[in-house]
Design a protein around this ligand. Structure first.
Ligand SMILES: Nc1ncnc2c1ncn2[C@@H]1O[C@H](COP(=O)(O)OP(=O)(O)OP(=O)(O)O)[C@@H](O)[C@H]1O
Length: 289
């Protein structure tokens, strides 16, 4: 039971090919194609080194040398009706696109907060940059609201990052990613550096926020059972190639590719039977397999 219209595509990725141009070139992503719908939460799974991050960075033009997108098409179908060719964006248009329409939360994002600047100012600066006419009082009001959304006490606006726990700092980074209400958020192992209890709380919260606010998510992790709980669809990569892309329910019940089957069977379950949880469109309800 998905929360999105299957015909309402937000992102079209076609035939994307990425090479790291090193002494021995690495063909890290090969002919990757998928559609992401508006309001869809898609998991990108596969073992370390299979090309998940490379594909995500290519989509957002964040790939650094020696990585190079050699070919392919990435089109963002904006809610305004405009089709944006992301690979053709440069300069200000690209910077605006990144926060305004698409944001990213990285694994170590919490460590990218400036240690000498209060949380409120760092959140407020997103508005200062992207909404230049906004008054300071409104920036702070919005920053406080963002903290509330991610369950951090708004009094923490006056705190420095070192005064917050790792989980709180990562929540602040999620708040920052939400600031301009982007249509797409790419999350690359956003909770991996945190302890498991905090990971679980934050992942549940991401799923709730996504459901309530209707943005689309590409959630990157090697943790396939977790993806089964929170995503609508899952894309599985192996050695730079997308080997399977289907609804999470189909991946769980009828995985076609032997590699997906192997991934599914290689994880112990928290609940006894492997992955009893499946997203049903209403959060993380339990569904018998
Ligand atoms: N800067 C680089 N130079 C050369 N090769 C690279 C570079 N970055 C990544 N690669 C290679 O590209 C391939 C894909 O790496 P990538 O980091 O995208 O995989 P991943 O699935 O995201 O892995 P992880 O889960 O460990 O983050 C790997 O073979 C990796 O060694």
């Amino acid at each position: 039971m998905a929360n999105f219209d299957p015909n309402d595509v937000l992102l079209t990725v076609r035939d994307v090919d990425v090479v790291y141009d090193t002494a021995k070139p690495v063909h890290a992503v090969q002919h990757a194609s998928f559609d992401l719908r508006r309001g869809e939460m898609m998991g990108l799974a596969g073992e370390s080194g299979c090309g998940k991050s490379t594909l995500a960075y290519s989509i957002t033009q964040l790939l650094k040398a020696p990585g190079k997108v050699q070919s392919g098409e990435v089109i963002f179908h904006d809610k305004s009706g405009e089709d944006i060719d992301i690979r053709a964006l440069e300069g200000k248009a690209l910077r605006d696109f990144r926060w305004d329409k698409c944001s990213m939360v990285f694994q170590g994002a919490m460590n990218s907060l400036s240690p000498v600047t209060k949380i409120g100012k760092q959140l407020g600066d997103v508005y200062k940059t992207h909404c230049p006419g906004m008054k300071k009082a409104e920036r702070m009001e919005r920053a406080a609201h963002l903290l509330e959304i991610v369950h951090v006490d708004p009094n923490r606006l006056s705190a420095y990052p070192f005064e917050l726990s790792g989980g709180m700092r990562q929540r602040v980074m999620i708040a920052m990613a939400l600031a301009l209400e982007p249509q797409l958020i790419i999350m690359d192992e956003p909770t991996t550096a945190l302890d498991v209890v905090v990971q679980r709380e934050i992942i549940q919260q991401i799923a709730e926020l996504q459901r309530d606010r209707g943005f689309s998510v590409i959630f990157i992790t090697h943790d396939l059972p977790m993806l089964l709980e929170i995503t609508d669809t899952i894309t599985v990569m192996k050695d730079g190639v997308i080997v399977e892309h289907d609804t999470s329910a189909n991946i769980f019940h009828h995985a076609q590719h032997p590699y997906t089957q192997k991934l599914l069977s290689s994880f112990p379950s928290l609940t006894g039977d492997r992955g009893k949880f499946l997203r049903d469109g209403h959060g993380l309800d339990v569904t018998e397999a």
